[in-house]
Design a binder for this molecule. Structure first.
Ligand SMILES: C[S@@+](CC[C@H](N)C(=O)[O-])C[C@H]1O[C@@H](n2cnc3c(N)ncnc32)[C@H](O)[C@@H]1O
Length: 271
């Protein structure tokens, strides 16, 4: 087998490609500009994107810092990084590693950003301490997380469906991306990391999927396998049937699913 064929056959890379094709346009892509703005990223800066995934934010940062700046981007998942590398992006230093143990020296960056990773880290406070360690004095941190499930009834409905149709474990997995969406819990997480003066700003985006089937597929094929969740076709069909009913309030006549997507962005400045 040619080297290229072997790469394309990596099942986890296919998952990461689905993430990039379905979830980035529906949910994640719209946040790169607000997060980069929150960290005041500008020309010539050295910037780090933690939990970069397939690189949507890092690519935006590379445009902003220009040829005099530098962008580093880190993720723990080699399949996500493989897709990020394929997507390109001017001279981004992609690195595999853990947010809790950043492989960079102290005070290396003018800004550190991270979108939709913190709530998935095993030790979020340690990751925040690391982000502050690698920031230079006066440098800015901006971290985005989804609001809580109470504010996202469409995903609340999906959690109920997965719990009923598949089981508690899958319902619980779908809860985790929203687990730091309570502003008090989020503030405590930053305070426990020694960042007592963090500022939390609430913003509202829009989630948009072409149809209910694509919304379900985006989870089933775009990240569930990373969490060791594999569903057979019959189960996925059953989930889609239930979701078509539950998501009717958010479904347009042409089939597009659209609903508000509230997000919390936390900013802090390194002293
Ligand atoms: C929901 S994705 C967000 C990716 C990207 N920031 C975006 O906006 O598309 C979460 C990412 O966090 C990464 N991740 C999870 N735990 C991590 C850890 N401990 N250290 C570094 N990255 C981690 C995952 O591999 C995944 O790429």
């Amino acid at each position: 087998m040619e080297e290229e064929d072997r790469e394309a056959a990596d099942p986890f890379e296919t998952v990461a490609e689905t993430y990039e094709q379905l979830l980035v346009p529906a949910l994640f892509g719209q946040w790169s500009a607000p997060v980069a703005d929150a960290a005041m990223v500008g020309e010539g800066q050295r910037v780090l994107d933690v939990a970069c995934g397939t690189g949507v934010l890092a690519r935006d940062l590379a445009q902003r810092v220009g040829p005099q700046g530098a962008v580093s981007a880190l993720d723990i998942n080699p399949a996500m990084l493989a897709v990020a590398r394929k997507m390109g992006g001017r001279a981004i230093d992609w690195r595999e590693g853990s947010a809790e143990q950043l492989p960079y020296g102290d005070a290396r960056f003018d800004a550190v950003v991270s979108q939709f990773g913190l709530m998935l880290f095993p030790a979020p406070e340690q990751a925040l301490r690391e982000m502050m360690r690698v920031l230079a004095a006066g440098g800015r941190l901006a971290v985005a997380v989804f609001d809580s499930l109470d504010s996202l009834p469409a995903y609340g409905a999906m959690v109920d469906i997965y719990t009923r149709v598949v089981g508690e474990e899958v319902g619980q997995a779908l809860r985790s991306p929203f687990s730091l969406g309570d502003a008090d819990v989020l503030a405590s997480c930053f305070a426990d990391a020694g960042i007592g003066d963090a500022v939390i700003t609430s913003l509202e985006g829009r989630a948009r999927f072409p149809d209910v089937g694509t919304m379900v597929t985006s989870d089933v094929r775009g990240w569930f396998p990373f969490a060791q969740i594999r569903l057979d076709e019959q189960t996925v069909d059953a989930v889609i049937r239930e979701a078509e009913e539950a998501l009717a309030p958010y479904t347009r006549p042409d089939g597009e699913v659209e609903f508000p997507l509230p997000v919390l962005i936390v900013t802090a400045v390194k002293k």
